[in-house]
Design a protein around this ligand. Structure first.
Ligand SMILES: [Zn+2]
Length: 252
């Protein structure tokens, strides 16, 4: 293997493995070649391969499983790095990012969805509706929300948004923030809001998709502290309209 001048053998090996993962030559979920095969493929020794695999494992791209081999878990280190970085922020800051991602995803999904994306979003919504109605649950663990929002983010087609969402979701799950939000959710209301969001996305109505997602996320986040954490934009816009109406009518 060619090693760039000044670059170490481990760095070059890491980069060779990483480019195969990033290009999709080794897709997420598949097993990469064994250690001896990698030595042969890249023309380096076992300790170099081991060091490179360890470094990509730390970044969350690979996961070695005892007796089963090493598997590809992600195409970029963004989600793993984000989970670590997010621990420095307050819950209100995390939910602000959650809201930004969800609203952006909804409007981009409305503009960009493909037939496959639409089928996936519809299937997830139907499965979760059937599951929750069959169980007669009024409150759920939030899985129905996570799956539907994940499908919407996927339909946005924005890889950075998808990675940010993966990192944020993992961070919120690890911190228990997800469970706190889920405990305040009314499942029936939630499913109804998901329906409205999907209807707007299906109709390629970018404005309505963003609006209904914002209404939905704000309602869920309000339950977190029993008071608005993020500004309720719907109320703000209504308030401004009301204010303008009053001004036009000459009311103080
Ligand atoms: Zn939801």
């Amino acid at each position: 293997m060619e090693v760039a001048a000044g670059g170490g053998l481990v760095e070059a090996t890491t980069s060779a493995l990483r480019s195969r993962i990033a290009s999709g030559q080794w897709p997420v979920g598949t097993r990469i070649p064994t250690e001896p095969e990698l030595c042969e493929l890249l023309g380096v020794g076992r300790s170099t391969v081991r060091e490179a695999v360890r470094s990509l494992t730390t970044l969350g791209l690979l996961e070695p499983l005892t007796a089963r081999g090493t598997f590809v878990r992600a195409t970029t280190p963004a989600p793993t790095i984000l989970v670590d970085a997010l621990s420095a922020y307050a819950p209100a800051e995390l939910v602000g990012l959650r809201r930004a991602i969800d609203v952006e995803a909804a409007q981009t999904a409305a503009a960009n969805w493909t037939a496959d994306d639409l089928r996936r979003m519809e299937a997830v919504l139907q499965e979760e509706t059937d599951r929750l109605r069959a169980g007669g649950e009024r409150r759920a663990d939030g899985t129905h929300c996570a799956r539907f929002h994940g499908a919407v983010v996927g339909a946005s087609g924005n890889r950075l948004l998808i990675d940010l969402d993966a990192g944020l979701s993992a961070g919120m799950l690890a911190s228990g923030l997800d469970a706190r939000i889920a405990s305040g959710l009314d499942v029936a209301v939630c499913l109804d809001e998901h329906d409205r969001i999907l209807m707007a996305i299906r109709g390629r109505d970018v404005g309505a998709a963003a609006h209904w997602m914002a209404v939905h996320v704000d309602a869920a986040l309000r339950g977190l502290h029993h008071q608005p954490i993020v500004t309720d934009l719907t109320a703000l816009v209504e308030g401004r309209r009301e204010g303008r109406g009053r001004a036009r009518r000459g009311i103080a």
